[in-house]
Design a protein around this ligand. Sequence first.
Ligand SMILES: Cc1cc2nc3c(=O)[nH]c(=O)nc-3n(C[C@H](O)[C@H](O)[C@H](O)COP(=O)(O)O)c2cc1C
Length: 332
Amino acid sequence: MNRRDFLFASLATVAAAGTLRAAPTSAQQRVLVAYFSLSGNTRAVAGFIHGAIGGNLLEIRPAESYPAEYQAAVDRSRDELHAGERVPLAPFDVPPFDILFIGSPNWWGTIAPPVETFLRTVSLKGKLVVPFFTHGGGGMQRCESTVRAIGEAAGARLLPARTFPGGSATEAEIADWVKSLDLGADPLAFADVPRGTFPLGQPNVANAKWFSGRSWVAPLTGMAALNCPIANVTFEPGCRNNWHRHSGGQLLICVSGEGRYQERASYARPGRVLLPGDIVEIAPGVEHWHGAAPGKWFQHLAISTNPETNKTDWLEPVEEALYCSIGAKREV
Ligand SMILES: Cc1cc2nc3c(=O)[nH]c(=O)nc-3n(C[C@H](O)[C@H](O)[C@H](O)COP(=O)(O)O)c2cc1C
């Protein structure tokens, strides 16, 4: 096996490893364009943004639609704002994203209640949020400050908001604005990623579908004569991988932050809290998962044992309740 073959063969056996090839930058930052619109102006802007940058487009809908009659809709929205309660939303799925374009009409000087519910419902931790609004002459008013307050409290970073009067925005104008944001320049520029002893590497694009959030992988070794693939894996807060097993086992050496680990055999037990210096020996074929603690970054070295034949089988995601149950008690 030459050096290049060795690198690719051995990295495939590292649980959280990607390949050495980085995906195109645009694929590394997942974009979601989410909006609420009553009369279509904000929907049109969202459509132009989506056309300019791609990603996923999501319409935010209240569980109970606003009345078609304008004055009735105005009355209801005023009542909702006065009540200050979250307006329930129709069921929706949020695809994984790194950058959120969030759009709302200016209602009574602020964002429409369904948008506020959405922002308070989805996880914004570590995301980049780009707000945009349409208005009927009042401009920004409190729209931007409201989104900023919600986003920053949730751990997001915000770019300056942009407003568009009524239905006047053109596709070309919006394409220029999106381009001026230069979001594709550096895939990690917006990621609030700690840099530590070992390199961060690249976004773990190859295995992203088996991780609940963002992760990065940096292969550290490559000498074929040693046959010992080691990678530094970084998990963003709350990110863990699916249940999985390695036919040849795996060794984890915890480097920084705080992590979680659980084996299927110890399912009834609370699992392990991982801290720097902890070692996890994972026997061949044992079903397990690992990742960051809620609200904490985590890094471990992943060492592929028996790498000549080691193979990873990915299973189902870890249930939120199970994940959150770990940490009450530290097991070693
Ligand atoms: C209930 C309601 C309240 C509004 N309040 C304001 C306002 O305070 N300031 C403003 O400039 N426009 C206001 N407007 C106008 C909308 O912001 C504007 O028409 C917007 O483009 C509508 O977006 P949409 O077509 O996506 O629903 C209001 C409209 C409605 C229906």
